[in-house]
Design a protein around this ligand. Structure first.
Ligand SMILES: Cc1cc2nc3c(=O)[nH]c(=O)nc-3n(C[C@H](O)[C@H](O)[C@H](O)COP(=O)(O)OP(=O)(O)OC[C@H]3O[C@@H](n4cnc5c(N)ncnc54)[C@H](O)[C@@H]3O)c2cc1C
Length: 476
C-alpha cells in the first residue's frame, strides 16, 4: 500500500490499522522503529464513549487536527464544530527544508479538507472573542457559537512589528530573511522560499567577499526553539560545502545555546567545528535600519561589583545598553505571543511570565479555571517548548481527559512535557533533542547529544509522510 492509498482510506473514514501503518513504515526501518516506540500514550479506542455534548475546536493546525481525528473516533455520537480559517495546512517544520533547498514549497502545503469529516461542522472563520463565563465565543465575521466543551488550538501570533523599522514586506529584500514567515489562515509559508533565496544570495556574495551574517533569536517563547540555530548552521554549511565562508554572529536574547547542558555542550562543539561563529548572548533585536544595514540590539548583562563581606560574595550589578551591529545578511526570528483572541480573553494567564498564553494545567491540559476548556499545542501556557512533537503527545491526553469530563469523571491522563527539537547542525546531520519536564527523554537508546545522519534521513524522508498520514489522523 502506498501513501495515497492510505490517505484515501483515511479520507473514506476507514481506520488504518497499526499493521497497515507498519507496512508503510517498512519503507524505512528507522520510521518503523519510531512508530513502534512512539512513546505517545495509546489512541483512544474507536467509539469508546457514548458521552454527548457540543464540542468546539478552535484552530486548523497540527494540534486541532490531531485532537479532532481522535475525538471523532472516540465518540459514538460526536457533535463537533471546528472553527478554522484555513483550507490549506502548512507543515511548518518543512519550512526549514524548503530554506535548505531539500523540499519544494508544495511539499509542505496539504489540503485540510481531508482531515475534517463530513459530520463535523466547519466554520471557516477565526475566533475574535471568547466568553468562557457563558460558554460562548464570537467569530470575526460575527457568528456567535455556544459550546459545552472547548478545545483551544489557535497557536501563536508573530510580532515582527515589535522590531522598530521592520515591516513584514521588508522580509526577502535587502539581505533580510525569516524562515518563520507564514500565513496559516491563508495556508501559505513564504519564509521557506525567501530563506532559500537568502541562502543563494549569501552564497553568491561569499564568492567575492566575506559577508557579515547575523542570525537572531528573541526572548519570547518560540515555535521550535532550535529553529534559529538550524538556519545558522545550515547556511554556514551551505557555504562550507563549496569552500566559501562568511562571518556569522548568533545574537540571542538567551544566555545559552540550549537549555539542556548536554545539548548546549554539543552545540558549542558544532560551532567550534565551523570556526566562524561568534555568539552574542543577552542580545535582543529591537531595531533595524534596512537601508544602512544596521541592526540594534538591547544588551543586558551583569558586571562584578564590590565584595560583600557579610554574604562572602561579590555583588552583581545589572547593566544594559543598546548595541549597533552592521550586517550584510540578517535572519530574523519574530517575537511571538499567543493569538490576540486568547491573550485578550479570560482564558489566558492573567499575570506572570506566561501572561496571555492559555491557562491550562501543565499535566492534564485542562483549563485551570474553566473546567470544560482544554488546550493543545503552541497556545498552551506551559513551561515547555512549542513543537508539533508536543502536540502529538498531547492529543491522546486532551481527548482522553475531555471525554472523562464529558462523562462527569475527573481527568486522570497526564502530559509529561514531551517535546522534540531536531537540530540540523549541518546538511546530513541532526542532533535529535527529545526532552520533557524532567530533562532529556530520548525515544531510542542512543546518545541524544551526538549529531547523526540517521536522524537527518528520518526527518527529511519519513517525518513529513508520518505527520501527514498518521499524526494528523490521530494514528500515532
Ligand atoms: C520554522 C519552523 C520550524 C519548526 N520545526 C519543528 C520541528 O522540527 N519539529 C516540531 O515538532 N515542530 C516544529 N515546529 C513547530 C510546529 O510547527 C508547531 O509547534 C505546531 O504546528 C503547533 O501546532 P498548533 O496546532 O499549536 O499550531 P499551528 O499548527 O500553528 O496552528 C494554529 C492554527 O490556529 C489557527 N488560528 C489562529 N488564530 C485563530 C483564531 N483566532 N481562531 C481560529 N483559528 C485560529 C491558524 O490559522 C492555524 O490553523 C516548527 C515551526 C516552524 C515555524
Amino acid at each position: 500500500m502506498n501513501y495515497d492509498e492510505i490517505f484515501k482510506k483515511v479520507k473514506e473514514n476507514e481506520s488504518l490499522s497499526r499493521r497497515d501503518a507498519l507496512k508503510m513504515m517498512a519503507l524505512s526501518p528507522v520510521a518503523a522503529a519510531a512508530l513502534a516506540s512512539t512513546g505517545a500514550p495509546a489512541t483512544a479506542n474507536a467509539s469508546s464513549s457514548d458521552a454527548t455534548g457540543r464540542v468546539v475546536i478552535v484552530g486548523g493546525g497540527s494540534g486541532a487536527l490531531m485532537a479532532l481525528s481522535r475525538l471523532r473516533r472516540a465518540l459514538s455520537k460526536p457533535d463537533i464544530t471546528i472553527i478554522a480559517p484555513n483550507e490549506k495546512h502548512v507543515y511548518q517544520p518543512g519550512q526549514i527544508f524548503v530554506a535548505a533547498g531539500e523540499y519544494d514549497p508544495e511539499d509542505i502545503i496539504f489540503d485540510n479538507t481531508g482531515y475534517i469529516g463530513d459530520e463535523v461542522k466547519w466554520i471557516k472563520d477565526e475566533v475574535a472573542t471568547f466568553d468562557p463565563d457563558n460558554n460562548k465565543l464570537e467569530t470575526k465575521k460575527g457568528t456567535v457559537v455556544e459550546y459545552d466543551y472547548l478545545i483551544v488550538a489557535a497557536g501563536v501570533q508573530y510580532h515582527y512589528e515589535q522590531i522598530e523599522g521592520l515591516t513584514v514586506d521588508m522580509i526577502g529584500k535587502n539581505g533580510i530573511s525569516s524562515v518563520y514567515l507564514n500565513d496559516l489562515a491563508a495556508g501559505t509559508a513564504e519564509g521557506g522560499t525567501i530563506t532559500r533565496d537568502w541562502f543563494k544570495a549569501l552564497h553568491e556574495a561569499a564568492k567575492t567577499s566575506k559577508p557579515r551574517v547575523i542570525c537572531t533569536q528573541p526572548s519570547t517563547p518560540l515555535k521550535c526553539g532550535g529553529a534559529p540555530q538550524k538556519i545558522l548552521y545550515l547556511s554556514d554549511d551551505f557555504l562550507k560545502r563549496d569552500k566559501l565562508s562568511a562571518e556569522f554572529t548568533f545574537a540571542t536574547a538567551g544566555e545559552k545555546l540550549f537549555g539542556l547542558p548536554e545539548i548546549d555542550a554539543a552545540l558549542h562543539k558544532v560551532q567550534d567545528g565551523y570556526g566562524n561563529i561568534t555568539n552574542k548572548f543577552g542580545h535582543e533585536l529591537i531595531r533595524i535600519d534596512a537601508e544602512k544595514k544596521i541592526a540594534t540590539f538591547h544588551h543586558k548583562y551583569q558586571v562584578q561589583g564590590e565584595f560583600d563581606k557579610d554574604l562572602n560574595e561579590y555583588d552583581m550589578i545589572d547593566k544594559e545598553e543598546d548595541v549597533d551591529m552592521e550586517y550584510d545578511f540578517i535572519h530574523i526570528v519574530p517575537p511571538t505571543a499567543a493569538v490576540d483572541a486568547v491573550a485578550n480573553s479570560l482564558l489566558g494567564w492573567q499575570k506572570g511570565t506566561a501572561k496571555g498564553w492559555l491557562e491550562v494545567d501543565r499535566e492534564t491540559l485542562q483549563h485551570r479555571r474553566y473546567k470544560n476548556v482544554f488546550g493543545i499545542g503552541d497556545v498552551c501556557g506551559i513551561p515547555i517548548g512549542k513543537t508539533g512533537g508536543s502536540a502529538r503527545h498531547q492529543g491522546p491526553i486532551v481527548v482522553g481527559n475531555l471525554i472523562s469530563v464529558m462523562e462527569k469523571k475527573e481527568p486522570t491522563l497526564k502530559f509529561d512535557g514531551y517535546t522534540v527539537c531536531p537540530l540540523k547542525v549541518s546538511y546530513g546531520e541532526i542532533i535529535m533533542a527529545e526532552f520533557n519536564y524532567d530533562g532529556l527523554a530520548p525515544s531510542f537508546p542512543l546518545d541524544p547529544a551526538k549529531p547523526r545522519w540517521i536522524w537527518w534521513a528520518f526527518d527529511l524522508y519519513m517525518l513529513q509522510p508520518m505527520y501527514r498520514y498518521l499524526m494528523l489522523n490521530g494514528l500515532m
